[in-house]
Structures are given as structure tokens and as C-alpha cells.
Ligand binder design. Structure first.
Ligand code: ACO
Length: 428
């Protein structure tokens, strides 16, 4: 067995350097000692979009993209989705262990009793135009929460961190549902403490004139599973945003708002909304071959396909696909499912997708189920942001406790002009 080091020979100088390799990784800062002369800054690594750079050590989520494995705190996602409640899974991700019964009951009580938002927040929501996109309202309202909780700025006060964690987990469904009700011009439906976390969300979304809203248990469980699958996914674009904003010691409300803004992009959480629009555009199974040709010509991406990390079937997509049929027994079949199933089958048989290892990701089937549950397309990314808030907060807490982390500040390779001198406007 050789040594766990690399020997780097700098052919510019003939000098050699021995660099430690730990967990198949070298520290980028170890490259800095490689210099042509004393004044030299030293060697950097260049990695646009962080395709091969680990920015942290983490104990939260494990992904093996080649094998299609996803685990929260070591537990396979399939076991969590099958056995845990949403708040049980959230507790696991946030605090590292499954809760005991006593811990769980206290956690559920605490979350249930933080679901209200300040009435001024409601008025804040009223200020949006009637057709404002719910994701824009969600992002802005979460950021505005920061103004109500000035103590949230004390990011190294453990009591404050615990309190803001509870508030964020408890309030995001309320903000999300109120955004939706506003977009319909419906009066807000306030939280009901008799219901589960997910049941209460359905109450805030869909309660009309009935005195007490009773969620359908199959729909409640379907949404619970969807949310469990979306809690965390290690250092993705929005989670990295959360850590970057958090690294400046900004409060967690503005950091979650920033992370949610990243999530809203069509290449990230906005993809589920795009999948539904794409399926609608395809319209029927007969049009699939022509559509795939269009994608293969590079004019468009097949939304809900491909992933930076998974080069195999996304395990979350498999779970969703399998229970879609259960949901449709209650809701009636969504005609989009037939198009999606056929689209998947055909795409997986095409050389273009096989060669690039493009498989369905979590967003491919989630939108079809959301639609069957009566959730409008504009709300899909908000539906993603609710559970992902747990992941963002868990990653933020881990970052704050990590002595190796500092304010995030990548380097650049300057490619612009050398020094030049100001030219007065009339001489340009
Ligand atoms: N449809 C068609 N071609 C694709 C797709 C797709 N969905 N995804 C990737 N490709 C192709 C690219 O054109 C590229 O081909 P080339 O080598 O001929 O240029 C190759 O596959 C590699 O693609 P990259 O863009 O380099 O892969 P990257 O890892 O940067 O992108 C991403 C990952 C953004 C998810 C991409 O697959 C994509 O755009 N998918 C569609 C959007 C989507 O579903 N996003 C949701 C992701 S999951 C989530 O955020 C929850």
C-alpha cells in the first residue's frame, strides 16, 4: 500500500511537493505553496460551477449518484419515506437522530404552536398584485420575517438558533398557503392546531366554507411522502446559496429567502413547473417522437431529466412514480401521467440520453402528483421550498458549528484589460 499523498512536480521550476490526500480529496489551499518565485501568489484550482469541488464536510445527506442512493443521516430514503412522518424526518435531518417519543411529541407541539404569522405580515402579503407569482411572494415574505425577529441576527446564540429553526419550519407552510390564497383573491385560512403539519397545510390551502377542514388521509400521506423526499439533497444550488449567505452571518430568514430565490430557477426547483408545461405542450403520446428529436437537436432540454449528481435513476423519482397510482385511485387519473410514462420509456431507449446518462429526476413525476392533488402549477416550486427549508436550516446550523468554515469567497482568474487610463467623455 502506497502513501496517502500526491507528489506534484512543477515543471516550471523542477521543484517537487508532497500533498496529503484524505477522503480522495486534496485541499485546494495545499496548492498555494506551489510558486515560481517568492512573490508569486501560488497555484489555485479553477472550477466553474463547482463541478469537482467539495466546499464542506457534512453529516446530513449521503448521495451515491452512480448507484442512485440517497440517505438522510445514514437512513435510506426509501425507509424514511415509508415509515416516518414528515416532522419525524425533519427532526432527523435537523438534529441527527430519530426522535424518541418524548422528543417527537415536544417537537410536534413546538412546531404546531409557531405556525401563526404576525398580522402585519398578512397585510404585507395583501400588498402584492392579484396575479403575483406565489414563489415571488414566498421569497419576499420569508425575507420580511427577518424584520420581526431582530434577535435572529445572533447566529451564535444557541437559544436563538433553536427558536428561529422552529419558527422557520412552522411558518413556511403558512406563508406558502397565504401566498396561494392571495393569488386567488380568497380570504386567508388560519392554521388549525388539531391537524398534522401536512393536514394543516391542506387546511390553509383549501378550506372554504366548512367549519372544520378534514384532509383526505391518502392525499395527506401522499403530500407527506413528497415533502420527505424533498427535505435535503446535500450541496445543491440553493443549499450552497444558504451556506454562502449564512457564512456572512446574515440571519436565517434572509438566508432562506436567498436559497429560495436560487430554488426558483428553472434549472433547479422551477423544473417541476416546467415539466407540467412541457407535458401540456406535447399534448399526446403520438407527439413524443417528434418532441424528443427537438430535444436531441439541442434546442430545448427535456425538463425533469438529468442531474448534476445522479447518473442513474433518481431514487426519489422512483418512489414518486410508484405511489402515483395510489394517489390517482383517490383523485382520478391525471392524463399527463400516460404522456410522462411513455416519454420516460422512449427517452431511456434513445442513444442521446443513454450516452449522457440522463434519467428522470425528482421533478419529473412530482408535478403530476401535485396537479392531481389540486395544487396549481405556479405553486409547485413553493411546494418544494417548504420541505427544503428544513434542509437549508440543517445545513446552515452545521455550517455555523464547523470551525473550518469562514465567509465564502471564491477566487477568480482575471481576464480583463491590463491597466489603462481614464479618457474624458468627449475624447472616447
Ligand atoms: N435534456 C436534454 N439534454 C440534457 C438535459 C436534458 N434535461 N440535461 C443535460 N443534457 C445534456 C446537455 O445538453 C449536455 O450535452 P452535451 O454534452 O452534448 O453538451 C449534457 O447532457 C450534460 O449536461 P450539463 O448541462 O453539462 O449537465 P449539468 O450537470 O450541468 O446539468 C441539470 C444538470 C441542470 C439538472 C440538467 O440536466 C438540466 O438542465 N436538466 C433539466 C432541468 C431539470 O430537470 N432540473 C431539475 C434538476 S433536479 C433539482 O434541482 C431538484
Amino acid at each position: 500500500m502506497g502513501k496517502d499523498t500526491f507528489t506534484i512536480i512543477d515543471n516550471r521550476t523542477g521543484k517537487s511537493y508532497e500533498i496529503p490526500v484524505t477522503d480522495d480529496t486534496i485541499r485546494a489551499m495545499d496548492l498555494r505553496q506551489i510558486k515560481v518565485n517568492e512573490d508569486d501568489f501560488g497555484v489555485m484550482s479553477y472550477d466553474p460551477a463547482f463541478k469537482n469541488t467539495a466546499s464542506t464536510r457534512s453529516k446530513i445527506t449521503f448521495i451515491d449518484g452512480a448507484k442512485g442512493i440517497l440517505r438522510y443521516r445514514g437512513y435510506p430514503i426509501e425507509e424514511i419515506a415509508e415509515n416516518a412522518t414528515y416532522l419525524e424526518a425533519a427532526y432527523l435531518v435537523l438534529f441527527g437522530e430519530l426522535p424518541t417519543r418524548e422528543q417527537y411529541e415536544k417537537w410536534v407541539y413546538d412546531i404546531t404552536h409557531h405556525t401563526m404569522i404576525h398580522e402585519n405580515m398578512r397585510q404585507f402579503l395583501d400588498g402584492f398584485r392579484y396575479d403575483a407569482h406565489p414563489m415571488g411572494m414566498f421569497i419576499s415574505t420569508v425575507a420580511a420575517e427577518s424584520t420581526f425577529y431582530p434577535e435572529a441576527k445572533n447566529v451564535f446564540d444557541p437559544e436563538s438558533v433553536e427558536l428561529q429553526t422552529r419558527r422557520l419550519v412552522a411558518k413556511v407552510p403558512t406563508i406558502a398557503a397565504f401566498s396561494y390564497r392571495h393569488s386567488l383573491g380568497l380570504r386567508y385560512s388560519y392554521p388549525d392546531n388539531d391537524l398534522s403539519y401536512v393536514g394543516n397545510f391542506l387546511n390553509m390551502m383549501f378550506k372554504m366554507t366548512e367549519l372544520k377542514y378534514k384532509p383526505n388521509p391518502i392525499i395527506e400521506r401522499a403530500l407527506e411522502i413528497l415533502w420527505i423526499l424533498h427535505i435535503d439533497h446535500e450541496q445543491n444550488c440553493s443549499t450552497t446559496t444558504m451556506r454562502v449567505i449564512g457564512s456572512a452571518q446574515a440571519d436565517p430568514y434572509v438566508a432562506v429567502a436567498g436559497a429560495a430565490a436560487a430554488l426558483s430557477g428553472p434549472l433547479h426547483g422551477g423544473a417541476n413547473e416546467r415539466v407540467l408545461r412541457m407535458l401540456k405542450r406535447i399534448g399526446s403520446v403520438e407527439n413524443i417522437p417528434e418532441y424528443l428529436k427537438y430535444v436531441e437537436s439541442g434546442k430545448e432540454r427535456l425538463m425533469g431529466f438529468g442531474h448534476r449528481v445522479y447518473k442513474n435513476y433518481d431514487p426519489r423519482a422512483r418512489i414518486i412514480k410508484n405511489f402515483a397510482h395510489e394517489v390517482f385511485k383517490v383523485t382520478g387519473k391525471n392524463p399527463m401521467l400516460d404522456i410522462a410514462l411513455e416519454l420516460e420509456k422512449r427517452a431511456l431507449n434513445e442513444e442521446y440520453f443513454a450516452k449522457r446518462k440522463l434519467y428522470p429526476n425528482v421533478d419529473f413525476y412530482s408535478g403530476i402528483i401535485y396537479q392531481a392533488l389540486g395544487i396549481p402549477t405556479e405553486m409547485f416550486t413553493v411546494m418544494f421550498a417548504i420541505p427544503r427549508t428544513v434542509g437549508w436550516v440543517a445545513q446552515w446550523r452545521e455550517m455555523l458549528a464547523d470551525p473550518e468554515q469562514k465567509i465564502a469567497r471564491p477566487r477568480q482568474i482575471y481576464d480583463g484589460p491590463g491597466e489603462r487610463h481614464f479618457v474624458p467623455m468627449d475624447e472616447r
